[in-house]
Ligand binder design. Sequence first.
Ligand code: ADP
Ligand code: MG
Length: 248
Amino acid sequence: MSIIIKDLHAKIGDTEILKGVNLEIPKGEVHAIMGINGSGKSTLSKVIAGHDDYQVTSGTIEMDGQDILDMDVDERSREGVFLAFQYPMEIPGVSNANFIRAALNARLPEGEELDAVAYYKELYAKMDGLEMDRKFTARAVNEGFSGGEKKRNEILQMAMLEPKYCILDETDSGLDIDALKIVSRGVNSLRTEDRGFLIITHYQRLLNYIKPDVVHVMYDGQIIKSGGPELALELEEQGYEQFKPASV
Ligand code: ADP
Ligand code: MG
């Protein structure tokens, strides 16, 4: 069981951004993608999640043997793909608690609803784990949240939805060290044999807390190198220059 991406090309408008991405994320593993700004990391995460600004021009994405490219964003989410955004959106007028509840209800068969008491019990337990104040249940989704609060809120959504595949796009950016530890703990508590992770990060620091099985380097819309956790340290020390293809 895995997400398998083969020779994926995607563009926005007339600009090709992903230029042949190959990647396999098996369940039970944590894969990290590192790369300079503009290399296509966020684009890859949004294309996997099904963001409709991006047009896939060739290649395939399979999840547990199923082609997901024809599924819309909703369907992919219900099938178990979750993306924690680099820049989480604010949703004025919708409380955090109702937002997550609606997402969970949408996963139930027609006519069934979550039990409210059980729902809040679980929500509060997960908020406690992320050291989030209860007041965040009643506040509109991400509205007026600090950068760090938004990132924590993304992890709360992820913890509640229990996706099969979790993609985290620069969840560490904007977090101070304490928040980074709390968020990492939240992510680590979700690591199981039947869940896969794709962690996108600019810095090695996050990977001290969330230990990856495999590290990939993205450059100009392609994954140009993969290796073990030591690759992240090498990048931190030596920068990305060394990995540029000779022709660039
Ligand atoms: P990363 O996350 O690695 O920093 P992105 O995937 O955000 O990179 O961006 C890759 C490239 O695609 C960049 O050159 C960026 O300017 C371009 N790009 C991304 N989104 C858009 C967009 N909506 N319109 C035009 N160009 C975009
Ligand atoms: Mg990005």
